[in-house]
Design a protein around this ligand. Structure first.
Ligand SMILES: [Zn+2]
Length: 386
């Protein structure tokens, strides 16, 4: 049995206020494949926090049974800064109060260093373990950030890049479970999605800069490994794997969901060889096959005006181009109970809608995953409003 808890101190945010990260590691970091799972990088997304608590209990038991072939590191809260950002009560944990930056952007780019190493000929014969050491050396060579958020991001980067499999647990506002991953890792992402019961896997091209632009956490890992796949040194199956796992909506939190998600993740880790086969729960997961959707074909449908949005479609339902998916009840028009329709501009599946129903002009009303790129369709690079 091997278990290690570590505290990582971060720079102070003010006199007497110094946040810290905590890691729990089960298994032996020097043998077999390893996995890293964190939750709450966006401080206002909480389903993953409960999933990790269930994972801790399950992994403790598996560790006692000797069923952890490699090692698993869990970070129960990835962003103590965002989680502490409250405005008169509600947590506002997506953007850093210091500079407005999304907490899931601007992680280090390691793929350029990988390509240089490969081009120099020094990459030949390097094992996955060697490359993970290479990633650490690259991160260690970075100027230590003075600002607390920068220091936190670098610590999280170090942790993730030391592992083969990285799962970043998020959620959306009101949504079905869905995943973001690199196109090169579609097959493994679908295996994970089928365990969790996520029908939608959004894939993006390597080096696209993250699922909404700007080097997201999972893309740091995915792009570094994608460069190795593209160099022919690893295959999509033998390379590291990273995904952003969107565990439904912000209020979809229950012990039942969290236990199921935790067991699904363990079954995926058994498939990946991080856990031994005895660790798999063996539970049937009667979920439909997850489908891959190109992120570029997704549509962020804006609200045409302000008012109260009334949805006619649920997350997970199919929608057709031209179909009315919601109506906005204007509050300041001439008519009583006046409705303005919101129409889907793609054929696809409704993935996300707003949780809070008082909306403003231009705000995202819905996120629809489509199969085909639409002519003249706006890029999936997202605005700052969500
Ligand atoms: Zn998030």
């Amino acid at each position: 049995m091997t278990y290690l808890k570590q505290d990582i101190s971060l720079p102070g945010m003010g006199p007497g206020i110094a946040p810290r990260l905590v890691t729990h590691t089960f298994g032996n970091p020097h043998s077999g494949k390893s996995a890293y799972i964190q939750a709450g990088l966006h401080g206002d997304e909480h389903p993953g926090l409960l999933v990790i608590q269930h994972l801790l209990v399950l992994l403790k038991s598996l560790d006692q049974q000797g069923a952890i072939a490699g090692c698993v590191t869990l970070v129960p809260y990835a962003n103590p800064i965002g989680m502490a950002q409250r405005v008169f009560g509600p947590i506002v944990g997506r953007f850093d109060f210091e500079n407005g930056e999304n907490f899931n952007r601007n992680y280090p780019t390691l793929s350029d260093a990988v390509r240089e190493q490969v081009a120099s000929g020094k990459g030949a014969g390097m094992t996955a373990r060697d490359w993970k050491a290479f990633f650490q050396a690259q991160l260690d060579a970075q100027q230590p950030p003075r600002h607390v958020t920068g220091a936190m991001k670098l610590e999280l980067s170090r942790l993730a890049m030391a592992h083969d499999v990285v799962l970043d647990l998020h959620c959306d506002t009101d949504a079905i479970a869905h995943l973001y991953a690199s196109r090169l890792q579609s097959a493994r992402a679908c295996k994970l999605a089928n365990q969790i019961g996520a029908p939608v896997v959004l894939v993006e091209e390597p080096e696209s800069g993250g699922y909404s632009g700007g080097n997201s956490f999972d893309q740091m890992h995915a792009n570094a490994w994608s460069a190795l796949v593209e160099a022919g040194l690893f295959t999509p199956e033998t390379a590291g794997f990273a995904a952003t796992v969107e565990l439904r909506g912000q209020i979809d939190i229950s012990d039942e969901l969290a236990q199921n998600d935790a067991e699904a993740i363990l079954d995926f880790l058994a498939q990946e060889g991080v856990l031994s086969q005895e660790a798999a729960t063996g539970k049937p997961r009667p979920h439909g096959a997850a489908q891959v959707y190109p992120l570029e074909a997704a549509s962020h449908i804006p609200c045409p005006c302000s008012g109260v949005v009334v949805y006619l479609k649920e997350p997970g339902q199919q929608v057709l181009k031209g179909e009315v998916i919601a109506e906005i009840v204007t509050l300041d028009g001439d008519q009583f109970n006046e409705r303005v329709p919101i129409v889907s501009d793609v054929d696809g599946v409704l993935v996300v809608r707003q949780l809070h129903r008082l909306v403003r002009n231009g705000q995202r009303a819905a996120f629809v995953a489509g199969h085909a790129l639409q002519p003249g369709h706006r890029s999936s690079k997202l605005a700052l409003d969500f």
